[in-house]
Design a protein around this ligand. Structure first.
Ligand code: GLC
Length: 404
């Protein structure tokens, strides 16, 4: 009999996704919070951002292809950020891409491209809308915000729920909905979530609107949480396109982030910020492709990686999947690596890239691996250890010290 699949299975199999922050703010090139940070009125924002945002090179198939080349399995696009400008033709107000700026629904081509690339489709949605008349204090710096009055609150809840209903009913099956925060309370999140689940019974939700959610998220830090979790990270210092931000993370850093989330059984949602014309800056695409090149030969550790019981060593990051332990050498230890953490008996050791066996010796608590390359031009050398049962640590480390 076919094993029944849990609706969260794909998420645990995926482990790596692409976040895309794209909207009218991309035209200003100073990040997605620009209207709040610079106190730009709606009228000025419409003139300087929305009307300049033309999406003239928009080709979501090329985004999806990049995500695939990068080894990613799902995508999450900002359908509407806190500037309130919807990328689809919402019926709830006039502030949308069908009427202004690009003058087209940008969501349908995205959904179709992502689906036909075989990736899972995710929407980001910001319940907060700094340009909505009922949203309290677009430029407030104090948090949390209170509503002006109950009628304003009710109107706002009705508005954002109606937008979500559009997103949940117009584009077929949506796999993931990613809510952002900065929302005044109460926002009646539980009822909204119930509506979303009724419209999309298999959808996975993050933890920023209310309960029940499916996965917890950590932002700009890779921090394991209970249950399913996902760390979202930027590739430079900004989510939305920033013309002057060249603080790109290196492919090595990206790989370390991916290994660090996999080692704690979590996902990495890595961001790109396309320009207003829809093109993804080549420098970010190159970084993703470089990691993707490595993943193509080494990614067997990733799907369904579980939380590793092992602590740390100075040469490798250790991930676990089933009864396999993967040592990812991001720093060469020299030709021999000595490991003092593994309780299990090793049945075999293999260089994952080549499939060649690695020589090893095991005595009591110690394991030696031989024949490691001392120099390599690839991001990491991965060795898989097949062990006799569930991977376990020799002695539990009670107090934890992580080298600075
Ligand atoms: C932060 C930012 C927001 C961004 C989000 C992504 O909350 O304020 O703009 O969309 O991170 O996680």
């Amino acid at each position: 009999m076919e094993t029944l699949k849990k609706r969260t299975d794909w998420f645990e199999e995926a482990r790596y996704g692409m976040f895309v922050h794209w909207g009218a703010y991309s035209a200003l090139g100073r990040g997605e919070w620009v209207l709040n940070r610079e106190r730009i009125s709606k009228e000025e924002y419409t003139r300087t951002a929305v009307e300049v945002f033309k999406a003239e090179q928009y080709d979501p198939a090329s985004w999806a292809e990049l995500a695939r080349d990068a080894g990613m399995k799902y995508m999450v696009l900002t359908t509407r950020h806190l500037d309130g400008f919807a990328l689809w033709e919402t019926d709830q107000d006039d502030f949308h891409a069908g009427r202004l700026g690009p003058k087209q629904d940008l969501i349908r081509p995205y959904v179709e491209a992502v689906r036909s690339a075989g990736l899972r489709v995710g929407f980001y949605y910001s319940a907060a809308n700094l340009n909505h008349p009922d949203y309290p204090g677009a430029f407030e710096r104090d948090w949390p915000l209170g509503w002006h009055d109950e009628n304003a609150r009710k109107r706002f809840v009705k508005y954002y729920r109606a937008q979500l209903r559009e997103l949940m009913t117009r584009y077929g099956k949506i796999d993931l909905l990613w809510f952002d925060g900065c929302i005044p309370t109460p926002i009646d999140g539980e009822e909204t979530i119930a509506m979303v689940r009724e419209l999309q019974p298999d959808i996975l939700l993050n933890d920023r609107l209310g309960s029940p959610f499916d996965f917890a998220c950590s932002e700009q830090i890779i921090l394991a949480k209970d249950g399913l979790w996902e760390a979202c990270m930027t590739l430079n210092d900004n989510w939305g396109f920033h013309v002057g931000d060249n603080s790109w993370k290196s492919p090595e850093t990206v790989l370390k982030m991916l290994l660090s989330s996999a080692k704690d059984g979590g996902n990495l949602l890595l961001n790109v910020g396309p320009r207003a014309d829809g093109t993804i800056p080549e420098v970010s695409a190159d970084i993703l492709r470089e990691v993707g090149k490595w993943l193509r030969k080494n990614d067997e550790f990733l799907p369904r990686s579980v939380r590793s019981p092992f602590t740390w060593n100075n040469s490798s990051i250790v991930t676990v999947r089933g009864s396999s332990v993967y040592l990812h050498f991001i720093h060469s230890p020299g030709s021999v690596f000595r490991w003092a953490e593994l309780r299990n008996r090793v049945l075999g050791a293999t260089f994952v890239t080549t499939g060649m066996p690695a020589e090893f010796k095991q005595e009591g608590e110690l394991l030696w691996l031989y024949g490691l390359p001392e120099e390599t031009d690839c991001l990491a050398i991965t060795i898989r250890l097949d062990v006799d049962c569930v991977p376990a640590l020799v002695t539990e480390q009670k107090t934890f010290w992580i080298p600075g």
